[in-house]
Design a protein around this ligand. Structure first.
Ligand code: INI
Length: 156
């Protein structure tokens, strides 16, 4: 049996990160996690591009532009949509998820989903570098893995 599994090696790869400022107390922790992952797995400093956007709602459009540019092997999206803080929750959470999935499928570029959608600030803190790990780190890891999988599939 041939099994294709992406290696977790980011050397020679270029990444864009899109981070929302809304709930920045959380999103900055996600960014730290994502950068920690990319750097430790071999991505060079000059291979990283960071774009800050106002809120999670704005992430898909910027991710689309970055994916279309051809300048990045993958895009890592980081945001925090917290139900407690807004009646907008359902709209924002649904649209950002759909938007990111759509951009990835249409562009063929891996777009990692590092958007927390939680009921409370406490749950978001748990996923941003405390009890439940760091979702930004996990999203960056998924981006590296996907770039390697697509490379392997392309060489068959
Ligand atoms: N943006 C978020 O990233 N998280 C949220 O929890 C949130 N809430 O609660 O409303 C949020 N709203 C702003 C939205 O993403 C847009 O930036 C804004 O509506 C302007 O388009």
């Amino acid at each position: 049996m041939r099994t294709i599994e992406g290696k977790l090696i980011g050397e020679g790869m270029k990444f864009a990160l899109v981070v929302s400022r809304f709930n920045s107390f959380i999103t900055e922790r996600l960014l730290e996690g994502a950068l920690d992952c990319l750097r430790r797995k071999g991505a060079a400093e000059e291979a990283l591009t960071l774009v800050r956007v106002p809120g999670a709602w704005e992430i898909p459009l910027v991710a689309k532009r970055l994916a279309q540019s051809g300048a990045h092997d993958a895009v890592v999206c980081l945001g925090a949509v917290i139900r407690g803080s807004t009646p907008h929750f359902d709209y924002v959470a649904a649209e950002v998820s759909k938007g990111i999935a759509q951009v990835s499928l249409e562009s063929g570029v891996p777009i990692a989903f590092g958007i927390l959608t939680t009921d409370s600030l406490e749950q978001a803190i748990e996923r941003a570098g405390s009890k439940a790990g760091n979702k930004g780190f996990a999203a960056a890891e998924a981006a590296i893995e996907m770039v390697n999988i697509l490379k392997d599939l392309g060489q068959q």
